[in-house]
Each structure stands twice: as C-alpha cells, then as structure tokens.
Design a protein around this ligand. Structure first.
Ligand code: NAI
Length: 326
C-alpha cells in the first residue's frame, strides 16, 4: 500500500478524484494539497470508512510535507477552460503552476510517478520532464499525461452509435495528444465493428471536441470535472494495480516521453516527436512497453499527420518554457 498525493485537490476535478481514490485499498495515505480549502476536503473524506489515512496540506509551505514519501502524484492543479478558450490558452497560467509542482516533486519525491492532468497536457508534460531532467532525476517511465478522458469518451460515444459495443469493458485506442485535432481515436482497431465513412467522420469529430460540449453546457463554470475524475481515477488505479499489485497486461493510452521508454523506438521514428500518446503497457516501474502504432486506415494516417504538426509546436512551447523561461 502506498502514498498518493493529489495536487489541486480542492478543485472541480481534485475533489471527486480524491473521493474515488479514497475507495482504493491500494492506497494507505491520501495526501491532498491545494493553495486553498484542502484541509476541509481532507477532513470530509477522512470520515469515510476505507483503509487510507487522509491528510490536508494548504499553501506552498506545506507542499514538501505533502509530497514526501509519495509513490504517485496526480496533478489536476490550475485553471480550466471557459467558453471560447482552447486548452492552449491555459498555458500562461498553468505552465508556471505545473513547473513549480514538478520542481517540488524533484526535490521531495524524485522517484514518484507523476500523472499530469493540468492542461494543456501536450505542453505541461514536456514542462514536467524538462524540470526533472534539469534536476537529474528524470525517468521517462514515470511521467504520464492523462489522456484517459479521450478513451472514456470514445467508448461512450461509439456505444451510442453501435449499441452492441459495451462501453465499460471495451477500450478504444486514442493516440496523438490531448487537444482538438491532436486527439486521434483509432476506430479502425475496433475489429468487431464496421463503420460507414460518415460515422467515422462524425465520431472522430465528437471525440476530438467532446470537451467543448461540457464547456458549453457549463456555460462559464469550467470544463469536465466529474468525467475527468472518473478517467483520472481509472488511470491512477491502473498504474497502482500494475506497480503495486504487480498485475500484468494492463494497457492504457497515455501521453509519454518517447525517448528512453521501452518499446518506443518505432513511434519515435515514425512520428519524429519527443512526446506522443499511444497504448502503453503498465508495469512495476511505470511504462513497461510503449506499443507500436498499428496499421492505420488512410483517414487515420491523415489525422495523425495533422496531429504531429500541431504537437510539434505544443511540445516546443513546453520545452522552451523551461529552457528559455518563456
Ligand atoms: P478548478 O479551478 O476547479 O480547480 C483547480 C484547483 O487547482 C483549485 O482548487 C486551485 O486552488 C488549485 N490550484 C491553483 N494553483 C495551484 C497551485 N499552484 N498548487 C496547487 N493547487 C493549485 O479546475 P478543474 O476543473 O479542476 O481543472 C483543473 C485542470 O485540469 C485544468 O487545467 C483543466 O484544463 C484540466 N483538465 C484536464 C483534463 C484532461 O483530460 N487531462 C480534462 C478536464 C480538465
């Protein structure tokens, strides 16, 4: 059993995510960190009769204590989108927040798994990796961009078009990144289903821009929080099942640093990118194997090409933020 830290625990995602993690018997200590309100959230959750101890840590001075001894750090800290914003618009505020949290992880829990939810994920994951590289504690197997919500949405949306597709147990591989055109669901890999070209087009668009449906419906009150919490908990638990329980064969799509990761050479060569989301087998040390991109349909090849173009800029933006401070 291990210590898991949620940074941004009092937020729209942080609270329900912490609630879901409180249900896990793999967690002995759930440490909730935020710049506001984490003590109240922790007191509330601590009354639930599951095994984990819950502690609240409010403000920068308590961050080191929250992180010390962490096995896994989940980061949903930062501002969410409002109507009319892209995830990239969040960079200005969230880049600095994620940089400072990564620096604190480098100092206090250098071997922890770091799961980045804060957007724009395409850039915040490079920020975390660059901070860890600078501190000489970087292990590419241990940093993950959480793109699970795209996978969750894919299963749901496909099942709405194809009722024979059971959404809970059937996974859809989603590659690329986590914003608009960089999100590429590989519908051709769902071998048991066939789609018309119109269905593929409509489903792909809905999966890529599903987040906008929530931003619009919330009408200024933020972006996806509850479905994100479910997706974030799913990925965290999958990683704990693989790393703590030693369960084998767990595969999830996630955005990772390719170079230095087991099995990633093919994707590194075929995309020319430093970071890419793809199916990853999880293991005791995090990434056990980055699966090679499968044979893609002609449409998917074209979508991946577009995604690569956008990702290049997103990745450079994150790297430059740390290397050049801008
Ligand atoms: P929110 O505003 O409800 O909560 C954010 C929390 O972060 C607040 O409690 C705030 O006090 C805290 N915070 C701010 N600065 C902090 C710092 N320096 N250290 C620790 N905590 C800090 O926002 P919400 O809706 O929970 O979204 C959080 C992030 O998750 C956003 O960047 C959003 O874009 C992203 N997101 C990512 C998704 C994904 O699929 N990866 C899906 C949906 C949202």
């Amino acid at each position: 059993m291990v210590k898991v830290v949620v940074c941004g625990a009092a937020g729209g995602i942080g609270q329900p995510l912490s609630l879901l993690l409180k249900q896990s018997d793999l967690i002995s200590h759930l440490a909730l960190y935020d710049i506001v309100n984490a003590a109240g959230v922790a007191a509330d959750l601590s009354h639930i009769n599951t095994v984990s101890k819950v502690t609240g840590h409010v403000g920068k001075d308590s961050l080191a204590e929250a992180l010390r001894g962490a096995h896994t750090v989940v980061i949903p800290a930062g501002v969410p989108r409002r109507p009319g914003m892209t995830r990239d618009d969040l960079f200005k505020v969230n880049a600095g927040i994620v940089r400072d949290l990564a620096q604190a992880c480098a100092e206090n829990c250098p071997k922890a798994f770091i799961l980045v939810i804060s957007n724009p994920v395409n850039s915040t994951v490079p920020i975390v990796c660059e901070v860890l590289k600078k501190a000489n504690v970087f292990d590419p197997r241990r940093v993950f961009g959480v793109t699970t919500l795209d996978v969750v949405r894919s299963s749901t949306f496909v099942s709405q078009v194809k009722p024979q597709f059971e959404p809970h147990s059937n996974r859809v591989t989603v590659v690329g990144g986590h914003s608009g055109a960089t999100i590429v669901p590989l519908l051709s890999q769902i071998k048991q289903l066939s789609f018309t070209p119109e269905e593929i087009k409509a489903l792909t668009h809905r999966i890529q821009f599903g987040g906008d449906e929530v931003v619009k419906a919330k009408d200024g009150a933020g972006s996806a929080t509850l479905s994100m919490a479910a997706a974030g908990a799913r990925f965290t638990i999958a990683l704990l099942e693989a790393s703590v329980r030693g369960k084998r064969g767990i595969v999830e799509s996630t955005y990772v640093h390719l170079a230095g990761n087991p099995g990633a050479e093919w994707n590194l060569r075929s995309t020319g990118l430093e970071y890419f989301a793809q199916d990853v087998e999880l293991g005791p040390d995090g990434v056990a194997n980055v699966l090679a991109l499968p044979n893609l349909s002609a449409e998917e090849q074209s979508l991946v090409k577009t995604a690569i173009g956008e990702l290049k800029g997103n990745i450079a933006k994150g790297i430059n933020f740390i290397k050049e401070g801008s």
